[in-house]
Design a protein around this ligand. Structure first.
Ligand SMILES: CC(C)(COP(=O)(O)OP(=O)(O)OC[C@H]1O[C@@H](n2cnc3c(N)ncnc32)[C@H](O)[C@@H]1OP(=O)(O)O)[C@@H](O)C(=O)NCCC(=O)NCCS
Length: 176
């Protein structure tokens, strides 16, 4: 498996990956019709210009991606030490093979080594997505609260969202 940072050329590959992931219920927040070219353009542009996107290539076909982790800063001065809006996803055919754990490890390692200006990475996981929550905790994220009744499930019930944060041990505070 080849892991690398994303480029502009990954847009169509990301579109195919996110459509495949969205077809399985209770994973990422978007339904398939909400995974649009505009959405992909936005996450790719934001991640390349003010964040970080790491992808995993299909082992037999470099023109396909099997996983993505991305996030970016919000563009406001007071939040410039935060990578937020983070999403991690692995193609359904490749889940449960340690790709999620590996891409998280590579992503956080890149921040520790080369992004001293980033103090914190934030993400939000649905309370019922225990696989994702346990995975995030195991690489150092901590639960920071609970946002009640945030997710409307397909059966009409509601679930809480769980905000989680990871702090960069190499963060260099820029003092005024
Ligand atoms: C959640 C997700 C990113 C995890 O990636 P993955 O490659 O499938 O997971 P990994 O193989 O790296 O396993 C990580 C941990 O998840 C758990 N896990 C993996 N497969 C599991 C399964 N089928 N059932 C329960 N737990 C499982 C294991 O505890 C594993 O821990 P371990 O490494 O100590 O054994 C991936 O399944 C995914 O993309 N799911 C759909 C989208 C989604 O939910 N994204 C997160 C939104 S917050």
């Amino acid at each position: 498996m080849h892991y690398r940072t994303a480029t502009e050329e990954d847009a169509p590959r990301l579109l195919r990956l996110y459509k495949a992931v969205s077809r399985v219920r209770d994973g990422i927040a978007r339904l398939e019709h909400e995974v649009t070219e505009e959405y992909i353009h936005e996450i790719l542009h934001n991640s390349l210009s003010r964040g970080l996107m790491v992808v995993a290539e299909h082992p037999d076909d470099p023109n396909e991606l099997v996983a993505d982790m991305h996030g970016y800063t919000m563009g406001l001065e007071i939040f410039k030490h935060l990578i937020t809006d983070v999403t991690v996803c692995v193609h359904p055919d490749f889940q449960g093979r340690k790709i999620g754990r590996t891409i998280l490890t590579i992503y956080l390692d890149e921040i520790v080594r080369n992004r001293p200006e980033i103090g914190k990475v934030e993400l939000i996981a649905r309370e019922g997505n225990l696989r994702a929550i346990h995975l995030y905790q195991s690489v150092g994220f901590r639960i920071e609260g609970r946002l009640e009744m945030r997710i409307r499930m397909a059966d009409g019930t509601y679930e809480a969202d769980i905000p989680m944060g990871w702090q960069n041990p190499s963060f260099e505070f820029d003092m005024p």
